[in-house]
Every structure is written in structure tokens, then in C-alpha cells.
Design a protein around this ligand. Structure first.
Ligand SMILES: Cc1cc2nc3c(=O)[nH]c(=O)nc-3n(C[C@H](O)[C@H](O)[C@H](O)COP(=O)(O)OP(=O)(O)OC[C@H]3O[C@@H](n4cnc5c(N)ncnc54)[C@H](O)[C@@H]3O)c2cc1C
Length: 429
């Protein structure tokens, strides 16, 4: 059954906003714009239909949609991989734009969408699909690339990147959320095996993943990371199930149970688990910042379109300052954050050693907080502008209203990050 009310038309974005068009933005260089223009073409031709199919499934009440959705998501990552858009951690070909910058540009467009120069209309993105790309292509691939030996790289990294296999990163547990050093999952080293016992929570892609990087406690009490081949989710004594969320519908956020799961010791990554986890953090937060900016752009296009179309008290909504001001304010914020994002991404590409710098990590953490708060605010403003309609699934689904709410916690909770930042400023010793 389709839950849409025929009285509510689909909200069409009918007007171009030059200030929100990256191809029109002077801070992006020609090489970056060429990369984006190619990605836009690919997205419009090969990905947009699947994004629409995912949205359509959200209107089918009383029908089992999970299987259909998972097929779409799995194929989507394969399509991304065909063009090197899934993971950018290894350069198989020559590229004019560095891999961290490419990762950020893909996130920006896949999440928010863009005004199509080809067909003169807005092509909408989807943050939850981008979260799936980030979890597999970055949160899994980057730490594996950092520590894998030749055997692990050939068997568990290259096929994921080349074929767009679903992958995930298992850090969070029921007790260890923000406080990651409380990880309890046991990785018991026994001869040539490692036996995993414990649970993971909120794992993006978890129930679809072919491979996972699983963090747990080794026999010596230290944290370690091990690659898990889920054997197409049939691995003995391993269970995965979906966590029902109020946004991020297509990110397949999951709960994982390991009950005496036998893993080959050869899959254990060399080095300390905390170092492996933290190694990819700067890039993860940078990419989430790009996602949040993209999402804000999308929300603003929708607010703008609705304000142009809807009339109340004999005036179009855009004629009221209270509707116009937040839109202008958020556009200003987006352009400031875009310049910070591009500066950080280019610098990390030019001097890879600064990705490990604490100051850089902190600055990118600050950008993640600010951009996600902007996405959050843009959602609130869109909700306000849309009136009662925003409260219906009909429109919520169309623009992914609640995705930004999830990202106040996804990739590290703002409150703990902000608290750490403020404490640092007042250090007296
Ligand atoms: C969409 C989404 C996708 C995710 N994907 C993954 C994934 O793929 N893999 C993965 O491992 N995890 C994933 N997570 C988990 C995410 O990283 C955690 O939710 C996050 O780290 C917060 O942990 P928690 O939920 O246990 O909150 P808690 O740690 O219980 O915190 C609760 C609240 O208290 C605050 N708080 C806690 N400690 C402090 C402190 N010291 N100072 C100030 N405030 C504090 C927090 O900021 C938060 O607001 C995902 C989460 C979301 C929402």
C-alpha cells in the first residue's frame, strides 16, 4: 500500500541557486570541478534511479522492503567501485585530485545532490547511502590499508575496493560507546585461531557486510583489530540484525553478536587497536563534514523551493523575512565551511603526515561538529518552513529530514568532542 496523499504533490526543486552550485564556486579549482562534473554525470546516469527506488520503498507500508533495499544498496556500492568512487584510499590509476579530496567531493555530492548542468534540474542525494559508502570504503578500507600485510591486503582489501564489497567497522558496544577504551569484546588467541566473544552495536552496513574490521581485547589486555570474513553473513556463531532508527534508513545500522566465533589468526592486524582506530579518524571526520555540508545544501534547495511555491495570507512564503533569513544565513555558513573543508582536504593530500597531527585532528573534529550542527539547523529550518507537511513521511522521506539528527552522534558524539575541546582550552599544566 502506498501511503502518499494525492492532495500533496511531490515537492519539485524548480529554481537554480548559484550560491549553492559547487561548479560555480570560485574556491574550487579546475581539476576539482572536472572531477565533480564527471561524478555528477555518473550519478545522474547510473545512480539516481536507484536512489529514487530506495525512496519509493519508504512509502510502502505493510510490505517487507528490507530485502529489496539491501539488494539496491549492495549493487549501488558495486557501481560506485566500478569508477573508483567507493574507496579512494589506494590510487590504482593516475588522478589529478588527491585521494582525501576526492573522498570529500564524492561525499559532498552523493549526500546532498547537485544542480545538473546537463538537464537543468536538481539531482537529489541520500546521506544514508553515503554513510554506507563511508563505512565500507573508508572506515574499513583505511585502517586495513594502514596495517595489512601482503596476504591480508590481497585477500581482504583489494577485492573490497575493486568490487565494492559491503564492509564495516565494529567499534561501538553496549557499554563502550564514546568511551572506546571500555571495549569488552574478547579476542582470545588460541594457537592459529582467534575466538571472538561479545557484541557490537550501531554498526553501519553490519548485516550486509562481507568483511568487517572488528576491534576487541587481546589476551594481554590490549586492544587489537582483526579482519572478519562473514562468509556472506553465514559465519558460524555470528549473528547480525538491524537496529530500527528514525533516520539513516538505508545505512543498515546493525547489532552484531559473536558467540565463540573462530577466526584465523592470520587475519589479526599488526599493532595496537586504539592506534588503528584513531588512524582513520581525521579522514572520517573530514568526510562527514563534507556529507553534512552536502546535506545542508539539499535541505536549503528544498526550503527555497517550498518558499517559492507555497502561498499563505495572500503572499508567497519567501516574501516573509522570517522564512528568508534562515535560508540566507545557512547559505553563508555553507560557503564558509566549504572553504575550510577544501583547505584541510588539500593540505592532507599535499602533506600526508599532517593527517596524523593532533592539531589537525582537532581542527577537523571542530569542522565535523560545526557542519553537522549546520545540517541539523538546516533540517529544523526546513521543518519550520514546510509547516505540517514536514511532519508527514511523504515529505520526510523525500528530503531525509532526520538524517542530520543521527550524525550528531555518528562518527563521534558532538557533546563529548566539544567537552574535550573546551577542556583543552583551559589546561593549566
Ligand atoms: C548513524 C550512526 C552510524 C554509526 N555507525 C557506526 C559504525 O559503523 N561503527 C561503530 O563502531 N559505531 C557506529 N556508530 C556509533 C557511534 O559512534 C556512537 O553512537 C557514538 O560514539 C556515541 O556512543 P553512545 O551511543 O554509546 O553514546 P554514549 O557514549 O552513551 O553517550 C551518551 C551521551 O553522553 C555524552 N557523553 C558521554 N561521555 C561524555 C563525556 N566524557 N563528556 C561529555 N559528554 C559525554 C555523549 O556525547 C552523548 O551525548 C554509529 C552511530 C550512528 C548514530
Amino acid at each position: 500500500m502506498d501511503t502518499r496523499l494525492p492532495e500533496f504533490p511531490k515537492l519539485e526543486i524548480s529554481r537554480y541557486i548559484p550560491e549553492l552550485d559547487i561548479l560555480n564556486n570560485p574556491i574550487f579549482n579546475v581539476k576539482e570541478k572536472n572531477f565533480l562534473a564527471e561524478f555528477y554525470e555518473y550519478m545522474e546516469e547510473y545512480l539516481e534511479e536507484e536512489l529514487k527506488n530506495l525512496e519509493e520503498l519508504n512509502y510502502k507500508a505493510e510490505e517487507p522492503i528490507q530485502e529489496r533495499k539491501s539488494e539496491i544498496v549492495v549493487n549501488f556500492m558495486k557501481k560506485l567501485a566500478e569508477k573508483g568512487y567507493y574507496s579512494t584510499v589506494i590510487d590504482f590509476d593516475d588522478h589529478d585530485v588527491g585521494n582525501v579530496t576526492r573522498n570529500a567531493l564524492i561525499a559532498l555530492s552523493l549526500c546532498g545532490g547537485f544542480w545538473s548542468p546537463k538537464s537543468d534540474r536538481y539531482v537529489s542525494g541520500n546521506w544514508s547511502i553515503e554513510m554506507g559508502r563511508l563505512a565500507g570504503g573508508t572506515l574499513y578500507c583505511n585502517p586495513v590499508n594502514y596495517k595489512a600485510n601482503d596476504y591480508q591486503r590481497e585477500k581482504y582489501l583489494i577485492p573490497v575496493i575493486k568490487n565494492g564489497l559491503m564492509a564495516a567497522s565494529g567499534m561501538t558496544e553496549f557499554n563502550a560507546g564514546s568511551d572506546i577504551v571500555r571495549i569488552e569484546l574478547k579476542l582470545d588467541e588460541k594457537g592459529d585461531k582467534v575466538i571472538a566473544n561479545g557484541k557490537k552495536l550501531f554498526i553501519t552496513n553490519g548485516m550486509l557486510a562481507e568483511n568487517l574490521i572488528l576491534y576487541g581485547r587481546l589476551n594481554n589486555g590490549r586492544l587489537g583489530g582483526i579482519i572478519v570474513d562473514t562468509e556472506h553473513q553465514q559465519l558460524k556463531n555470528f549473528e547480525s540484525s538491524r537496529v530500527r532508527t528514525y533516520g539513516m534508513y538505508d545505512a543498515f545500522v546493525s547489532r552484531l553478536v559473536f558467540d565463540d566465533v573462530e577466526l584465523p589468526r592470520d587475519n589479526l592486524l599488526d599493532g595496537d587497536g586504539l592506534d588503528i582506530m584513531f588512524h582513520q579518524l581525521t579522514e572520517e571526520r573530514l568526510v562527514i563534514s563534507a556529507e553534512a555540508i552536502g546535506d545542508s545544501i539539499k535541505k536549503l534547495f528544498y526550503s527555497h523551493a517550498f518558499a517559492l511555491q507555497r502561498e499563505q495570507f495572500k503572499h508567497k512564503l519567501y516574501q516573509y523575512q522570517i522564512i528568508r533569513f534562515p535560508i540566507a544565513n545557512n547559505i553563508r555558513g555553507i560557503n564558509l565551511y566549504l572553504s575550510a573543508l577544501m583547505n584541510y582536504a588539500r593540505e592532507i593530500d599535499n602533506r600526508s603526515e599532517i593527517a596524523d597531527s593532533k592539531i589537525m585532528a582537532n581542527q577537523v573534529m571542530g569542522l565535523k561538529i560545526q557542519t553537522c550542527e549546520l545540517a541539523f539547523q538546516s533540517s529544523i529550518d526546513l521543518f519550520r518552513t514546510m509547516g505540517g507537511r514536514a511532519f508527514t513521511e511523504q515529505y520526510c522521506n523525500q528530503f531525509g529530514l532526520l538524517d542530520a539528527y543521527c550524525m550528531v552522534h555518528g562518527g563521534g558524539s558532538h557533546y563529548i568532542l566539544g567537552d574535550a575541546e573546551s577542556r583543552r582550552f583551559f589546561k593549566t599544566k
